[in-house]
Design a protein around this ligand. Structure first.
Ligand SMILES: NC(=O)c1ccc[n+]([C@@H]2O[C@H](COP(=O)([O-])OP(=O)(O)OC[C@H]3O[C@@H](n4cnc5c(N)ncnc54)[C@H](O)[C@@H]3O)[C@@H](O)[C@H]2O)c1
Ligand SMILES: [Zn+2]
Length: 710
């Protein structure tokens, strides 16, 4: 057994390593539960050997570090971490410490809140107007990520009836699960590395240097704390009730809501620790139904006066703790690794497990992301593996248990051929993902059809994955064009097994399938055929997006349709012409060119055209008036009543071109809050400038807006 001093040193080193992976690189190597166990061991050792405690021990300070590329900002007051409780006993111990600190026998009043698994943010409002947003960083200094925070839809740029002066509100920025799944889905399609979990994705996104990307990803926020400047200095770190903020946390939560800030609504007042325990227990399972991840419950003393008396350690407040839900881990045997083929041909490994019961359901599958991850974690078929169920339904393999590995177990070999069509798989040098290059691979076709019919593409309702599987299996549909030959008679008699869960997932891992044979029926068939027929008249960009050209997202498709007007023109454009379109970079341009250079694609387009699909400008009858046609508008700065994306979309619908930079030809610049260089350039060029009110008027009366008299 190692001497305590050696073990302490070793623990500190490994904890620092994981902190760096987690906070700086957003790329942890171990699960939170494993990490927390290391910290606990260190804390217990330090408690037993107080002489070995040093000021720089990870137990003594808030972790994290401002990332590079952002300005830093010093917090009004340190943003601390939270102490942890892992069991009812530890909750009781917390309550005892609180009561001892306050010198009371009777029950303390607490507020219990969901612990949002995102990353903390401090937002400063000045006289109710958004001034800046700063991450926690190392607790003292954070990164100024204002330009990104501004784009997050639910965060108001102006507060309602908030106190005057400087107000700092604190909360959590997080990814709703649906947005996270969408993001990882897109990344999968692009062959980009997947985010490990929503928290990770939120941190990565907020640190992205491109605010327009942040705006698109759908981050959300919840707030749970406020600090006001006027008691800093006079009362130091303490929660002094001299700043006009409410006397209790519960009323503060109500105030935050009334100022227009999003507040997670399940918070509850608890009289005494027993009520807290009940609350924690009630969420252990129910939390899986929330649309976002929670990793625990935060328990806070309700009265500010009591908080003030309890104070802080260097790392966390003594008046709060975070109850962490029991780790959702289990071990089982990895029977084998199968591979599946996605829409772009991306081949992803899937772990097939000996069924094991974990956190409410029987698990048989787990994601493995890609070959590199399997190699990095050294996971081999036949291993005992540690499984972890995070917020989402799909569990992941944390690691193999090496101590029980049978001798001579061979590492996993990626198959050389597509498991569905037997075409040799390919892996471009700079990518982590293997692909089936065969464009008519049935596996690819199924996923492609789902994408083609999707709401954001051709918007054909009623073409669910079970039906698609059937149509492909019966070879009724061999490409998109075949959809347009389906008839009510042909469809109505189809019998297929509906899956319990529908969704874009490649497989429904971890969820039971309850097959029920069902006939499609005349009614559904008629509805579907009508939907398919209607889709013939869709705008061009929907078709371009629906084709599933690699790297061409919704936006790219819109840009191409707008720039070229017809499918023919897009297909004829060379790489330079493609790249000249705003929003189209070299990778996208090359990919578009490659697509149209493939004979199979040309053939498909011809068949779609023959099927009567609209391939030009939006058809006349589906087209609204375009009173802003010929006008170029530039948006800059923050808007209070809508996001910039919304404004751009509404202007585009009215026919305006929304440009990213100001030139002599710009018809109007809308300058929102904190507009910068574009506003200056507009002034230099003498381009007309308006504010948010101008924009609102313009949108309300686009036809009569006096552009020509500006
Ligand atoms: N896997 C790894 O390698 C690794 C490495 C380092 C840290 N971690 C994990 O990170 C966590 C430690 O990070 P931490 O210091 O941010 O502590 P924490 O996440 O345990 O708790 C503090 C944070 O909770 C957040 N929070 C969410 N909802 C809240 C609410 N309603 N009220 C108040 N705060 C709320 C705040 O952002 C606050 O900063 C641990 O869970 C640890 O396991 C993991
Ligand atoms: Zn294939």
């Amino acid at each position: 057994m190692a001497a305590p001093a050696d073990r302490i040193d070793a623990l500190r080193a490994v904890i620092r390593h994981h902190e760096e992976r987690y906070y700086v690189h957003d790329d942890p190597e171990v699960s939170d539960a494993e990490f927390d166990a290391l910290v606990r061991e260190l804390r217990e050792l330090e408690a037993a050997h107080p002489d070995l405690v040093t000021a720089d021990s990870p137990t003594q300070r808030v972790s994290g570090r401002p990332a590079e590329g952002f300005e830093t900002a010093v917090h009004l007051r340190p943003m601390l971490s939270l102490d942890n409780a892992y069991s009812d006993e530890e909750l009781e111990a917390f309550d005892e410490r609180v009561r001892k600190g306050l010198g009371t026998e009777g029950p303390v009043h607490y507020v219990a809140e969901l612990k949002i698994d995102g990353l903390s943010i401090a937002i400063t409002y000045e006289d109710g107007r958004f001034a800046r947003g700063v991450t926690r960083g190392d607790g003292v200094i954070g990164e100024d990520v204002s330009s990104n925070v501004r784009t997050i839809q639910p965060i108001p740029l102006r507060l309602k009836n908030a106190p005057d002066g400087r107000l700092e509100v604190r909360g959590e920025i997080y990814f709703p699960r649906a947005a996270f799944d969408r993001l990882n889905g897109e990344r999968e399609a692009e062959g980009a590395p997947l985010f490990a979990n929503p928290r990770n994705a939120a941190a990565g996104t907020l640190r992205n240097l491109d605010p327009s990307l942040v705006a698109r990803r759908g981050l959300r926020a919840f707030f749970y704390h406020a600090v006001r400047e006027d008691n800093v200095g006079s009362r130091g770190d303490a929660e002094a009730p001299t700043d006009g903020l409410p006397e209790t946390h519960a009323s503060l939560m109500e105030s935050l809501s009334s100022w227009g800030l999003p507040v997670e609504k399940h918070w509850t007042r608890c009289a005494g620790i027993d009520a807290v325990k009940t609350f924690c227990a009630s969420w252990a399972e129910t939390r899986q139904q929330l649309p976002f991840d929670t990793d625990g419950i935060v328990i806070k003393v309700d009265r500010r006066e009591e908080r003030e008396r309890l104070g802080f350690t260097s790392k966390f407040p003594r008046w709060a703790t975070a109850y962490k839900f029991p780790a959702q881990q289990a071990t089982t045997t990895l029977l084998r690794i199968e591979v599946q083929v996605g829409r772009t041909g991306a081949v992803t490994p899937l772990a097939v497990l000996a069924p094991v019961f974990l956190a409410g359901s029987t698990i048989q599958y787990a994601t493995l992301h890609n070959e590199d991850e399997i190699r990095r974690k050294d996971i081999r078929p036949g291993d005992e593996v540690l499984l972890e169920k995070g917020g989402d339904v799909i569990p992941k393999i944390v690691k193999p248990i090496l101590s029980t590995r049978p001798e001579g177990l061979a590492p996993f070999e990626m198959p050389a051929q597509c498991p569905v069509c037997a075409t040799a798989l390919e892996r471009p040098e700079d990518e982590v993902v293997w692909r089936c290059p065969n464009p008519s691979c049935p596996a690819r076709l199924r996923r492609s059809l789902e994408h083609f019919a999707g709401r954001r593409a051709m918007n054909i309702d009623g073409l669910g994955s079970a039906l698609v599987d059937k149509l492909v299996a019966l070879e009724l549909v061999r490409d998109f064009a075949d959809l347009y030959r389906l008839t009510v008679e042909g469809l109505a008699d189809l019998k297929f097994e509906a899956k319990a869960r529908e969704g874009g997932d490649e497989v429904e891992q971890g969820s039971a399938r309850t097959p029920t044979a069902r006939r499609f029926g005349e009614k559904s068939a008629t509805a579907l055929v009508t939907q398919i027929d209607n889709s013939r008249r869709n705008e061009l960009w929907r078709l371009i997006f629906g084709l599933g050209i690699r790297h061409v997202g919704e936006r790219g498709a819109q840009a191409l349709a707008e720039a070229f007007g017809t499918m023919q023109a897009v297909a004829a454009a060379n790489v330079d012409q493609l790249q000249a379109v705003s929003d189209i970079g070299p990778v996208v341009a090359a990919s578009v060119r490659r697509f149209f250079d493939t004979p199979a694609s040309t053939h498909l387009i011809a068949r779609l055209e023959a099927a009567g699909l609209h391939m030009g400008e939006p058809v006349a009858e589906g087209r609204g008036p375009k009173p802003l046609e010929g006008r170029t508008i530039v948006l800059t700065g923050g808007l209070a009543t809508m996001t910039r994306d919304e404004a751009a979309e509404r202007l585009t619908v009215l026919g305006a071109k929304v440009a990213g930079s100001v030139s002599k030809k710009t018809s109007l610049v809308i300058a929102g809050e904190d507009a910068g260089s574009k506003l200056a350039r507009a002034r230099d060029l003498g381009v007309p400038i308006g504010d948010e009110d101008t924009l609102v008027h313009l949108l309300a009366t686009p036809a009569t807006w006096p552009f020509d008299n500006l």
